[in-house]
Design a protein around this ligand. Sequence first.
Ligand SMILES: O=C(O)CCC(=O)C(=O)O
Ligand SMILES: [Fe+2]
Length: 918
Amino acid sequence: MATHPVPNIPAIYADENDYWTVRSALQADEKSLCFTAGFVSTPTEAKAAAIVSALKAHEKEALYGKLDDSGSFIEHAHQYMPAKHIIDTTKLLSIAKRAPKGSLLHCHLDAMLPPLDSLIKSARNRKGLCLSLDMKSDSPNWIQDALPSFIMLPAEDAEKAATLSFFDPAFVPGVHGKGIAYKPGTYVTWRRFCDEFPGGVTAAEDFVAKRILLNREDVYHSSQTVDGIWHQFNRAFATMRGLLLYQSAFMEHFRLVLLDLVADNISYAEIRVAFHRHNDVWSDDGTRTLPRAELFGLMEICIKDEIAAAAAAGKTFYGIKIIFAVLRSGTTEDMEYAMDECIVLKQAFPNLICGFDMCGQEDAGFPLTHWVPSLLRMRAKCNELKLDLPFILHAGETLSHGTETDGNLYDALLLNSKRIGHGFSIANHPLLMSMYKRKSIDQAGKSGFTVPLILASAPSCVGSRAYFQQEVATMSTTITETRPQYTKLILRSNRGTVTRDVSTAEPRAASLEEIPVIDLSAINGSLAERQAIAARMKEAATTSGFFYISNHGIKESVIRNAAGTVHVSPSESVDNKESFQWRYDPRYDPMHSQSSLSSISPEVLAGIRGEEFVWEGTKHIEGFKDASITYWQECLSLARRLIRLFALALDLEEDHFDSLVTYPGADGVYNFYPGKSPAEAAVAKDVGLGSHTDLQCFTLLWQDLIGGLQVLTRDGQWIKATPIPGTIVVNIGDFLQRVSNDCFVSTVHRVFSRARSGRISMPFFFGFNFNEKVGVLESCLSDGEVAKYEPMSCGESNRCVTRGRLWLWGIALLMVIVMIVGILFASHVYYHAMGGQGFLKAKRYEEVENTQNNGTQLYLPMRKIEKAVQGKYFWEVVGRSPKNIPFYTCGDQLNGCDSFGQPVSKHRYPRILSYKKS
Ligand SMILES: O=C(O)CCC(=O)C(=O)O
Ligand SMILES: [Fe+2]
């Protein structure tokens, strides 16, 4: 397959010169095949290379080849670990540290820093941090061999753990690796362990550090194997896992990694972070796991801060991106869960995630062939969503040849992996090598610069929006600018008709500032904590009018049960969207007892619209009503708690709205948007759910992971409210905008559903009691500012909008009536023309008898009809009265036109004529 000419090697050399000439030719030929062929250094590079070579020669002489303090004799280019202490003193290293590095494209977050500087330091004095060990304290060698496994426990469990001592001979050690659920007796607190450890805290920290770090013996032991070193790695990762996976440690480690990159003059890095299912980061109080989106939001902010700090310090740092890495040894279900999560997060954080990978010992987990179906499924989803989420796969990390694992090199190529890591075994595959090389040159060509194989194609160094803008700015010469087009959108609200200019540009992903995730875990905390949540809600309510809530307290099982029923209820033939809805009914409101219902005042009662018949119609669906009401009740309770936070956000007393939500507007809805095949999606004209604002105070919207909800920004751009697992979307409605004097915004939104699978959403619309008139809130008016709106009730407000829509219904109804009358009129004329008495007229035999010659037979009024048809326009025919024509029904064939051959005008009734002919 090699196409390069093989140099000619003579059998006999004419003389020595001839030998040297042939040798030079061979060298030149070989060099021309090198990756660096054609590379010409600039004068500065040549000067730098000369300095480095001179230094290298000097240090080889001056520093190496001597006996060191430990009695070791370290030669130049000795194995790294024994030589490290000498390397650390070299000028070469200090130059290397200061030299600008460009990109670091293969690293794993957990293994980027020495543990004592970050994770073990973060663990100091952490109250809830506990550990279990897999050996007892009286086992011989436990200090060398025991494996600690850390976990952050809630205060109550940590208190129990604090009563136990690992050094108590009766202590039952835990089992390493099981450590998610607290098992009494298996965990002790890190604090107490440090206090009681022989040698105290420092020795305890050293004990843990040794579990994480590889020592010389581990690395260079003559009987060490690849499996052996992986065993060490896995133990190190198991120890690190719990030290890393709680919020403050994770974020501190993450920040220190960025600082370290900046200190090393690395301008950009792509960092693999293990995000397989259940590898969650816990809150510092150990009570909850952080939703991934929240964590990504924190990382994005951290990157932005460090880019700014680096810039202020005169450093070039473009930030980092994350390669979403998942253990290759998991179940298919977990893998596909992680893939879906990665897709969702990529949509929410397009500039933060740069690829997807599988990690873990390559020849111990499943090979890529095992994952091909899942990987293809993921690729298809990304294509459908037009998501640039490449695979950046581990392949060829082992040196085996011809094994299943070695085959990963083929799959990575076929799956279009953007790069491969680590590719050691590629040397065994000359064809693959040339294909990867070709691919890397192609990619580099696209990105405008060339880089060698493996490190290929890192064209953009986007770590934050700030840099993204920079990147776009530098690219602007090659981008043809297209001005966005705008269309007009007309909407009705309780404030009248509203017009908006809407961009026709493709919807883009929303940033976390535009639609933030607000954590409600402190909703029952102190007033200060509630005020802090309210402040975040206010920020969102006054800007985009949309936010997500996490830790909202509605159990996943309740949501699943409700959403599960939606699969059953809609018929197969749903067109564009099918909805099921039910309204507030005090009989299901947990706030009211049965006895209090009889005392509801008539005004309140008038606004209550609960309709039992909706449940009658769904009786056949098992569990439907129960699941729906349970979900609705949870939404209702949450909404009542949220309205208190909204009160705080509006600078009111927390209970300000309490009396207005005793019999509130509280409508539960299930929406089902059917899936579309790619062919249907390509030609689909409908949106899914058209642009609108919600009517009441606010909406709690649960959506599945399919996506499609879009929000209109103030400047008329559609942005995607991408589903974030574990969250509910909250959006402000028209009534809250009204009473806040437009301080809060009821934002236009729509659902654009084109996905292959059907989508489910469950909005819950919440408003004040329908009878309560509410005016603009004093707290929303600054000095001298006047209220824009009169007091109004939520009920009236809703009617305003529906009244607004009534004229449309009116026109539609009128058109239908005109059509029906037209049809009746036309048929009437038709039957007259056929000799009948007109459509829908009564049959009156007596008159027939009176007017016919002998009263026994029915005849057609041939002449009169003939005259009418021939001499007049067709509508004059209708003027006939029963006096002139006997009565009989149409379609009576004995007396029909056919039997009597009644003449009709050719010009006026061509259809009738053709009918006659047949
Ligand atoms: O289906 C959705 O995501 C949104 C539904 C919605 O906006 C509504 O029903 O008002
Ligand atoms: Fe809506």
